[in-house]
Each structure stands twice: as C-alpha cells, then as structure tokens.
Write a protein that binds this ligand. Structure first.
Ligand SMILES: Cc1ncc(COP(=O)(O)O)c(C=O)c1O
Length: 388
C-alpha cells in the first residue's frame, strides 16, 4: 500500500545529512564538552559552533542561545523562569492566548493555581490575535506576554512585531513559541523585537529531544535545571553534543532550502485545498488565508451540513496509508475537540470533524492527489449528509 506522510507538524523525518553529521559524535568524538582534555575540547568546539550557527539563523548572538530538550522545555522555561524571577506571586500576571500549545497553557494553569493571574486573550475566526487586546491587558502586574508565532493546528501567523513593540513600551518581557515557524518562514529575533523564543529541532528534519531558547541579553530569568554550570548556569546537565550538531545541520539545510521548499509546498497546499473544495462543498478551511504557514491545511466538515466522525476520518485515511492528525499531535488520542478550533468559534461537532494536513519537504503532487481520492472514499463511509 502507498504510504503518504502528511503530519510534518507533529514531527519530520530526520534528514540523512543530519544523521551523517551526528554519527562522529556518538563514536570517536564522544567527549564530555565540560572536560578539559582533547576529547572534551573537541566536543566543546562542536557544541559552540552549533550554537553559533543556530543563533545566527534567528538573528541572535551566540551567547543568547541555550540548548534545551525541545520546544516543551523551552516554553516551560520561559513561563516558569520569568514568573519565578518576579517573586511576589500574588501580583504577577501572565498574558497569553487561547490558542497556545499545551507546553504554554499547562505551566500557566499550574502557576494560576499557585496564585498568579492568567489572562488568555481571544482570537478571531481565523485564529488571529488582535494586538490591542494584548495591549489592554498590559497593566503594572504583567511579568510576561507569551504569544505563539505560528499556531501548530491552523498555521495562522500572529502580528508578533506589533505585540512585542507594545510589550517593550511597557517594560514587559515578550516570549514567542516559534516551534512551528523557525525553519519554515523567516524568523529574526531583532526584527520581531522579542525577548524570548522557543524552538525545536524535530519539526525541521532534525533529531528529537533537542531544542533551544533564545534569551535576549539582560533578560532576568530563573535557571530551570540546577546541578551544574552548563549552558552558562542556566541549564545544568551534560550537554548533548550529537543532538546539538544535528540541530545545527538541520538549520543549515533550512537556511539553504527554506525559500524554495516554501514556494513548492505552498503550491501543493493550494492544490490540496482546491481539490478538497471541489469534492466537498461542506468544508471549512481553518486558519488565515494569507498569514499562514505554507505547510498547514486545516479542514473541518461543517456539522450544520454534514455530520462526520473525525476519528473515523483519521483512521480511514490511515487504512489508505495516509498519515494525518485531527489537531495537535500532543493532544490526539484524547477525545476532546481542539481548544484552538473552539477558540476560533467552531462548534464542537465541527471541531471534532477536522483534519490537519501538514506537508513537508518530501511531499509530492501525486501524494496530494492520492490523498484527496482516499479522503473521498473515507468521507462517503464516515459521514452522512445532514437532512434539514
Ligand atoms: C507550537 C508548539 N509548541 C511546542 C511544541 C512542543 O515541542 P517539542 O515536541 O519539541 O517538545 C510543539 C510540538 O508539537 C508545537 O507545535
């Protein structure tokens, strides 16, 4: 059976050039980057060169980039690290949005239980945040604003520059979760004017288990992991040199291929959208039409026109060898409708009848056509037209 992978926002296949770059650091060059002998110095050099390369790619300085275990840890670090440095929990407030990844929402919720004020700003039907809604929340108690750069379910790209500028005017730390945008669209911390940024390697053909956080020089933030002086005392623990090298290689490939990939993938997404629109008149395309990642097409079956069982869709496509998800991979498996789609005003039944297609570097036109044909068969079985 044909296999079509359209779940690149959950994770990407690791590029063979990335694997090749990593292998020497698992075998001959396995030193501990903190050791002062030759093995250690070699590992240290590889680690710092990787840091330099990744920092440069996002317009950061080399000593503003810190390795973590991935996007989740970077997000947690931003939330807890800023909240804790503020000290007085009762007067501290965090402003974020209703469409963040759970790596932001869950730490914010746990701090809220400890007494911090948490404000989730709404979004419009395209999943777009209005910067004025953020601005209205910026009182003297706010310690952190965190807004996802590109949403992982619908792909909408937020007006981050405006939001960061408002935060700067009020002296508030601004963080962005750029896990889905780095390596797919241009992301430059200077141009955006943000203080903290989370990123992850496995979304861009790099290895799983490594990410980074950009921390603008001068930002006061608590260290997350204690127990050693690694990562300039910010994150204790022996550095994972092979993964850092793989991350840097993935970034290098993105710097060369991102633009060309973006154009090609957008054309394929437009084809997918057009073919789906031709086949089914009851679909809603979720996410902003133009301010959107080229990789994501999020489609719902409008429950007022046709009732479709979302899980049956995903399972049905899987039986045709097509891998997609119903929402964020991290929450799939739970039967809850996506909090992102609900925040965008979709009703529960429509939100449940949703597929997120996420395209990647290897996606072909033939795969797109195969997927639409498979979807047609699956929908015939999984859905019935509603009789009004
Ligand atoms: C927007 C966003 N933030 C954070 C994460 C978590 O990243 P990681 O899997 O590297 O922990 C994800 C993963 O899906 C994501 O899409």
């Amino acid at each position: 059976m044909k296999q079509v992978y359209l779940d690149h926002c959950a994770t990407t296949p690791i590029d063979h050039r990335v694997v090749e770059a990593m292998i020497p650091y698992y075998s001959g060059d396995y030193g501990n980057a903190s050791s002062i002998h030759g093995y250690g110095r070699k590992a240290r050099r590889a680690l710092e060169e990787s840091r330099e390369q990744i920092a440069q790619f996002i317009g950061a300085k080399y000593d503003e980039l810190f390795f973590t275990s991935g996007g989740t840890e970077s997000d947690n670090h931003a939330v807890y690290g800023i909240a804790r440095v503020r000290g007085d929990k009762r007067t501290s407030k965090i402003v974020t949005t209703a469409i963040e990844h759970h790596a932001i929402l869950d730490p914010v919720e746990s701090l809220h239980k400890e007494g911090i004020i948490a404000k989730l700003v709404k979004v419009d039907r395209d999943g777009m945040v209005d910067p004025d809604d953020i601005n209205r929340e910026l009182d003297d108690d706010v310690s952190l604003v965190s807004v996802v750069h590109a949403n992982n379910e619908v792909g909408t790209i937020q007006p981050l520059k405006e939001i960061a500028s408002m935060c700067r005017d009020r002296g508030v730390v601004c963080h962005t979760d750029a896990v889905q945008s780095v390596g797919k669209i241009s992301v430059n911390v200077q141009e955006l004017g943000i203080d903290l940024l989370s990123m992850s390697a496995h979304k861009i053909y790099g290895p799983k288990g490594i990410g980074a956080i950009y921390i603008k020089k001068g930002t006061k933030i608590e260290s997350f992991m204690k127990g050693g002086s690694q990562e300039s005392n910010r994150r204790a623990g022996t550095e994972n040199v092979p993964l850092a090298v793989g991350f840097a290689k993935a970034i290098e490939l993105c710097s060369r291929l991102m633009e060309e990939d973006g154009v090609r993938i957008l054309r394929l997404k437009q084809l997918l959208r057009q073919r789906i629109a031709e086949q089914f008149e009851e679909v809603i395309f979720n996410g902003h039409d133009t301010k959107c990642l080229p990789q994501i097409l999020n489609v719902s079956f409008d429950s007022t026109k046709r009732l479709v069982d979302g899980e049956a869709l995903i399972m049905g496509l899987d039986l045709h060898g097509v891998a997609v998800t119903s929402g964020s991979a991290c929450t799939s498996g739970s039967l809850e409708p996506s909090h992102v789609l609900l925040a965008m005003g979709r009703d529960e039944l429509t939100a449940r009848a949703t597929i997120r297609f996420s395209l990647g570097r290897g996606t072909t036109e033939e795969e797109i056509n195969y997927t639409v044909d498979a979807l047609k068969e699956v929908v015939e079985r999984a859905g019935k037209t509603r009789k009004n």
